[in-house]
Write a protein that binds this ligand. Structure first.
Ligand code: CA
Length: 229
């Protein structure tokens, strides 16, 4: 099965720049999701979580900085990687952006090569599910290369779907995901699976995790999360 493309939400109101950004992102193998206002960005975020946000500083309805503050204040979006796009090269503006929670910034005009390099660096830093390192939470560890899952150091049997689900949870701990978000992020959006199928796989995953089953928590009327607390 081919890997899901990495979705990058592009919040930019100038069509020419959006086009340039989209071209550069597609060229690097990512999926650009362009929106032109802060309001559209916010509703897109409710629909589907991107892996990264490119956020313009000057937007027609709200400043990019205010949208960033709104994103950072939200429990669900708080850790999304954000790169600010700015025409401003003033040092205090960069500092304001980073203080408001931007992970990085790119000053316009930018070179596509610099942009993709920064995105790559940030994705590596912030999204370990795209990496190949061993991930461990509590007694459970998962090796993405050998497809091995161990509990207290002993290998356990786990199905393919449960493996993917566990990998996603391990690399996104302490965050609640709805069933539809899990379907989207773990199975991909063009797979026709019903939401209750997620429950079945969560049940199987818990069973496989034995005494560590409490790591996978049900958050009533929201979804599931991995939590050590
Ligand atoms: Ca703008």
């Amino acid at each position: 099965m081919a890997a899901e493309p990495i979705r990058i939400l592009v919040v930019e109101d100038e069509p020419a720049i959006t086009e340039l950004l989209s071209y550069a992102l597609r060229d690097a193998g990512w999926l650009p999701v362009p929106v032109a206002t802060a309001a559209e960005a916010w509703s897109e975020l409710q629909l589907r979580l991107p892996q990264l946000i490119l956020l313009d500083w000057m937007l027609p309805d709200k400043s990019g900085l205010r949208l960033l503050a709104q994103i950072r204040a939200d429990r669900q979006f708080g850790t999304l990687p954000v790169i600010m796009l700015t025409a401003k090269s003033m040092e205090e503006d960069k500092i304001a952006g980073l203080n408001a929670g931007a992970d990085d910034y790119v000053t316009k005009p930018f070179s596509p090569r610099e942009l993709t390099a920064r995105i790559n660096a940030l994705l590596r830093r912030k999204a370990p599910e795209h990496g190949q390192q061993l991930v461990r939470v509590g007694p459970v560890s998962l090796d993405p290369l050998s497809f091995e899952v161990t509990l207290d150091g002993a290998r356990i049997e786990i199905g393919h779907a449960e493996f993917k689900l566990l990998k996603f949870f391990l690399t996104n701990p302490e965050r609640v995901f709805s069933r539809s978000q899990l379907l989207d992020k773990v199975w991909g959006d063009h797979v026709a699976i019903e939401e209750r199928t997620v429950d079945v796989h969560v049940l199987r995953l818990r069973k496989a995790l034995k005494h560590a089953e409490n790591l996978i928590r049900t958050v009533r009327s929201v979804g599931y999360m991995l939590s050590e607390r």
